[in-house]
Design a binder for this molecule. Structure first.
Ligand code: ZN
Ligand code: ZN
Length: 146
């Protein structure tokens, strides 16, 4: 499965192959600010699955999440994708709204950073409240994804 993605203004067009490792809702304060929404709906892929010409993206690090580089579009200043690590050991976080066809993604299976939520979400998905439990949930998934 090949996914076509772009930032909101379309300056950054890119593609992602395969299925995401996980799709989740992130309630961290940085996502709230960057997406201008109560939470972000994000898919996690291996970085090697992403084909992104990076000429119009500026990556910045945010202190609370030292390992994650957030890529913002130089034109619309909205999130393009975020990176954690590099090369074969790297991962990419891409918002579902940046997919041309988000219906092709699997359903979200958890909430992370729920402790800083803007409002409660009434569903049966697991809710990881703080930094530690959220990181742990990712580590378990990454390990099982090889
Ligand atoms: Zn843009
Ligand atoms: Zn977040």
């Amino acid at each position: 499965m090949e996914h076509t993605c772009q930032c909101p203004c379309g300056t950054n067009q890119f593609s992602v192959s395969g299925d995401p490792i996980v799709r989740f809702f992130c309630h961290c304060t940085i996502c709230q600010e960057k997406y201008d929404a109560p939470f972000a709906d994000v898919a996690l892929f291996k970085l090697s699955s992403v084909d992104l010409p990076e000429q119009a993206v500026t990556y910045g690090q945010y202190k609370r999440f030292v390992a994650i580089d957030r890529g913002m579009c130089d034109d619309c200043h909205k999130p393009v994708m975020a990176k954690m690590g590099a090369g074969e050991k790297g991962y990419a976080f891409i918002a579902a709204q940046n997919f041309a066809n988000p219906e092709a993604l699997p359903a979200s299976t958890m909430h992370v950073f729920y402790g800083t939520r803007a409002h409660d979400v009434d569903d049966l998905l697991p809710k990881h409240h703080n930094w530690l439990s959220s990181q742990w949930a990712f580590l378990k998934l990454l390990r099982s994804a090889g």
